[in-house]
Every structure is written in structure tokens, then in C-alpha cells.
Design a protein around this ligand. Sequence first.
Ligand SMILES: Cc1cc2nc3c(=O)[nH]c(=O)nc-3n(C[C@H](O)[C@H](O)[C@H](O)COP(=O)(O)OP(=O)(O)OC[C@H]3O[C@@H](n4cnc5c(N)ncnc54)[C@H](O)[C@@H]3O)c2cc1C
Length: 512
Amino acid sequence: MIESFQPAHADYLRDESRRAGRAERIAFPRTAADVLDALAEARAHRMPVTAQGARTGVTGGAVPEGGLVLNLSHMDQILAAGNAEMRVQPGATLAAIRAAVPPGFYFAPDPTEPSASIGGMISCNSSGALSFLHGPTRNHILGLRVATLAGEILDLRRGRDRTDGLRFALGSLSGELPPLRRPAVKNAAGYFIDPDMDLVDLFVGSEGTLGVVVEATLRLLPAPGAVWGLMAFLPSTAAVVGFVDALRANQRSEVGIPPTTYHQPPTAPRLAALEYFDSNCLVFLREHADELASKGISVPALPDGSACVYAEWHAPDAAAAEAALLAAAERLPEFGADPDACILADNFHDLEKLKLFRHSAPEMVNSAIDERRKIHPGLVKLGTDMSVPDARLADVLALYETDLAATDLEHLIFGHIGANHLHVNILPRHPADYAAGRALYARWAAQIIAWGGSISAEHGIGKLKRDLFRQMAGDPALAQMRELKLQFDPDWLLNPGTLLESAQANENVWTG
Ligand SMILES: Cc1cc2nc3c(=O)[nH]c(=O)nc-3n(C[C@H](O)[C@H](O)[C@H](O)COP(=O)(O)OP(=O)(O)OC[C@H]3O[C@@H](n4cnc5c(N)ncnc54)[C@H](O)[C@@H]3O)c2cc1C
């Protein structure tokens, strides 16, 4: 099953970070037994293994640094789809999962890229717009089957398989988890550890460093009776923050496991998404309107000089959704905005149109950078993924805007403002821009860590954010994480270089 790596496999050296790695072997397993065989082979030869899903990750997590590429895209079966649960292989894409969900239900995690695999989403604990209401992927994973380097398949079910305090027993492995802390914000950086925790949660967000996900059981939620969305245009950043605070005043996003009531259909309107696009982002998308049109994406009429907040409500019926939306729109004049200038979506077709438009921002940035790489091959996008506590939303926007205004860097800001999680995208035109952007990035990270935020709210650490993660977690916590990984991976073979730097003494000895 394991093949030697050929030039025809070159694509498997890359992910959406646009970084390229190296590999000597590749395997496309179809079953959990195939994965165990590949891991046994890796262990026998002390060969590093890099798990890959759909390679849409943006932090280089799936980029191999030598050894075996274990590409799970051929394990893409939907195994069972019931009313409240779905069982899938790890290579099933988000698009395929959505298409297989039974009528009347939905799968809430919604990262912008529907070609992502569920294995990758689980490993990065991905999020999307609806994470404002429903939390990240973690909250929607009921069970996992995980292949380990010990040669076992761990069969884990939420609510059944838990730690005793911090003690765990997993197949032939047992031990104690380190008492790690994490910031009280939306966070996808590092291992998730709590006393008396579900063991499923140890693997969600672990970026493939502890084991390989070979099957997942997903939680499906009953679909709301009505979904309505509103794009509102506001004249200033202060107005944006005021409007966002007003909308979310009675409903905070859930960064942990949502209350069980969220597993029932709404009996009253719930704010489900709160997204942001700065004025640069709107101008950028308008400038690319023709290109977007050729992809079937229409750009709505966008007022000049405004920033945009998109809000979405899930409600028991259309009347309740309309009431929530009108109540929000009525508050706009307080913030200097015109309710009549809003764009409203009250049906599936219009909601999809707005969603496609919103989702086009990261894609158009990537294709703009690809064009520039033709002149400067080393150029890559700089995209932040940091989150802060509620009270720091205005501060973080001011930090970004003030620093960027002092440069001539091309930039735009969009993202999940309801969770104080914004993506600043810097589009370098030449290497000097890239260096200037990186310096800003480092400065922002230091400030955001000091504010109690996270340097990665949804993309994970991968290979590109280890330095920032070190600043955030600190050396003692990193040492504890390394010890934890060594319990599962004594030869440091699984996804080496992702999340944690190799532990010197245990570096693998593979020579290809
Ligand atoms: C245009 C665009 C928009 C995006 N928008 C979002 C967004 O809104 N929200 C968001 O969270 N992310 C977003 N992303 C990032 C990316 O889509 C997610 O991180 C996604 O979850 C990665 O899934 P994947 O299958 O492509 O994983 P890969 O890139 O293949 O791998 C990601 C990580 O998971 C590990 N892994 C993969 N499969 C397994 C497995 N079965 N077992 C163990 N480890 C595994 C890999 O080793 C790697 O460390 C976006 C990316 C793009 C290109």
C-alpha cells in the first residue's frame, strides 16, 4: 500500500499555505486497517508520518517534512446518516457531508472552504460563521475512532469515555494529562485539557500529533424553521463596534460546549452569526466583481466608504426571524447607519448568494497573491487568526487600523467579529512588504497575548505559527505538551514539526 513518492505526487507536498515540503513515501489508505498497517510500517522504520485530509489548511500542518505522506482523501465514505447523528470516514468533505444530511437537520460547523475534509476540520477544530451560536467543530463531534502508533484503534464516545480528573486510560496507554490552561476566548491553539474531560476532546484540535482519525460520529442539529440574514453598512469602526455590542448584548458566543438547549430547534430567534468586512474588503471585492461574476458570484450594490456587518438569525418561523431582524435594523440610526441601505436575505436562495459573496474574500485574496507570485515567487499572504476578549474588540481594531495606516501595505480585514476574531489579510506586492507585514504581525501577537487573547482562533498552529504559540503558551507548558505527545508517539513520528518542535532527544532517525 505504501508507494515511493513520485514527481506525479508533487501536489501532496503542499497545502493552502502555499509552502512545499518533502516526502519519500506516500499511501492512500481506504480502511482503518490500512492506516494501522501504514503506522506499523512507520514505527518499524522510524519513518515520520504526516496525515493529510484535503490540504486546505493554511498553516502548513499537512505539509510533510520527510518520510511518509498518509493521505486520507480516499477514506471518504458516509457510513451512516441518521436523524441526529452521522458516521463518516475522515476524508469525507464538508460539501459531501452537507449533501448527505437527512432533510430537517444540519451539520453546524461551517468553515468557509467546503472542500475541507472532516478529519482536517476535527484536527484543527475548525470554525465558521455559525460558530458564534454553535461553537467550533469540537462541539459537534460525538465520537471518534483514532488509530495510534501503539497499533490500536481507540473507539471514543462523548459522555462515555472520560478522564478521571486528569488520569486517562486509552487502550494500552494510560497516564496523566498535564494541567494546561487556555485563554478564555475562541481558541484553536494547542491541546484541549480539562479535569474529567471527554477523551474525544483530546484529539479534536490536536492537529494530527497524537493519532490519526479514521472515523467520526457527527452531531446533527434540527434545522431552524427560518433563517434570515442582514448586511448592514456602517460609517465608522466605532459604529461597527457599537452595533456589534448592541446585537450580542443578550447572547454571547459559546466558546465551550453549548448548552443542551442548542441541540433543540429554536423556540425564539437566536443570533447565529455576526461577521465583519472592512471598507477595504468591500472595495477589493467590488474591484473583482467581473472575476466573481465569471464564477457565478454576484457582488451586491455596496455603499462607498462603509464597513459591513452581516448578522444572521435562526428562528422558529419567518415572523420571529423578521421581528429579530427589524429590531436590529431599528438600532442602526443610533450608529449613524441607514436601515434602508441594508441588504436583506429572507430565503435560501438569497442567503446562499450572500454566503458565496462573503466566502469569496479569502479566495480572491489567495488568487491575487498567486498572480503576484508569478513576479516574486517567494511571496505569500499574511493572514492573522487572532482573537481577543469582548472588552478588547475596539482596542484590537484600533491597533490594526493605526498600525496599517502608518504603512502603505495593501490590506483588508474581515472575519468573525461576534467572537472578536478578525482576519487581517496583508497582500504583499514585493518581499519588503512581506517583511514589514511580518513585523506588524509579531507586534500584534505580543499585544494580543498580553490582553489574554489567542494567536490562533480557528486555523491551528501547523508549522507556521510555532513561534507565536511558544510566546502564548510559554516554555513550561510546551514542555508538558511534548511529554504528552511522547506518551502517544514515543519516537516523535506523527506530524513532526506541526504544533510542537521536535523534542531533541527523541528526534526520529529516518534518513529516507
Ligand atoms: C479559502 C479558504 C477558506 C478557509 N476558511 C476557513 C474558515 O472559515 N474556518 C476555518 O477554521 N478554517 C478555514 N480554512 C482552513 C482550512 O480549510 C481548515 O483548517 C480545514 O479544517 C482543513 O481541513 P483539510 O481536510 O484541508 O486538512 P489538511 O489541510 O489536509 O490538514 C490540516 C491538519 O489536520 C491534520 N489531519 C488531516 N486529516 C487528519 C486525520 N484524519 N487524522 C489526523 N490528523 C489529520 C493534518 O495533519 C494537518 O495538521 C480555510 C482555508 C481556505 C483555503
